[in-house]
Design a protein around this ligand. Structure first.
Ligand code: ADP
Length: 211
């Protein structure tokens, strides 16, 4: 009875989303593992909102905003942008788009504190992370893919092998444990990130379709 009353009046949760069937996915993996490419295809198939913190930072940098200028000094070294900046930016993007079928987070969370902030944000919407899918790709493949992408991406952080290696180190030191954090919540899964784009996409959709 109390639960029914709470739900009727939206107490304790955001009444807009609390009972809405959404699927919220973290697309996880090292830099250059194909998250952006696969996220675009998943959006086409499922109609989720794709939120890439890397894309949001590049937008801010392209417009020379104060946030963009601050982020740039970290991105060009292959370091993480501090959580205080990143979490606020992500939160704004989510809160500006509450009425969606689900979110695909790409490049976020990259630290445990970001993971906790994301869980809180989702809980405030009456939602949670339903699935984290990690694309597994070995380091040498990552480096060759990113250098290849650098020829056309115009990204300074894609053109220098020492910056790419630093991004991989940062992933191993700060980000890898996000997988375990969500594994403890029984939502982490890993798929092979090697092979053709369509093959990898088929692996991802078969995992998502089970949720
Ligand atoms: P990739 O996955 O190829 O490294 P992204 O576009 O996801 O590329 O990220 C580019 C850069 O933006 C990262 O190296 C980092 O400096 C910064 N960045 C992106 N997302 C985050 C995040 N969640 N936390 C901190 N820094 C981030």
């Amino acid at each position: 009875m109390i639960e029914w009353f709470k739900r009727l009046f939206g107490i304790g949760t955001n009444s807009l989303n609390a009972d809405k069937l959404m699927v919220n996915i973290i697309l996880f993996g090292p830099p250059g593992s194909g998250k952006g490419t696969q996220a675009a295809k998943l959006v086409e198939k499922y109609g989720f909102l794709h939120i890439s913190t890397g894309d949001l930072f590049r937008y801010e940098m392209g417009n020379d905003t104060p946030l963009g200028l601050e982020a740039k000094s970290f991105i060009e070294k292959g370091e993480l942008v501090p959580d205080s900046i990143t979490i606020g930016m992500l939160k704004n993007k989510v809160e500006a788009n509450p009425d969606v079928k689900g979110y695909i987070f790409d490049g976020f969370p990259r630290t445990i504190d970001q993971s906790k902030a994301l869980d809180e944000l989702m809980a405030g919407l009456g939602q949670s992370i339903n699935l984290l899918i990690a694309l597994s790709v070995d380091d040498e493949e990552i480096i060759s893919r990113i250098l290849q992408r650098g020829k056309t991406s115009g990204r300074a952080d894609d053109n220098d092998e020492s910056i790419i290696r630093n991004r991989i180190n940062v992933y191993n030191e700060n980000t890898r444990q996000v997988y375990d954090y969500y594994d403890a919540k029984k939502v982490s899964q890993s798929v092979d990130g090697l092979g053709g784009i369509e093959d990898i996409f088929a692996r991802l959709t078969s995992v998502i379709d089970q949720v």
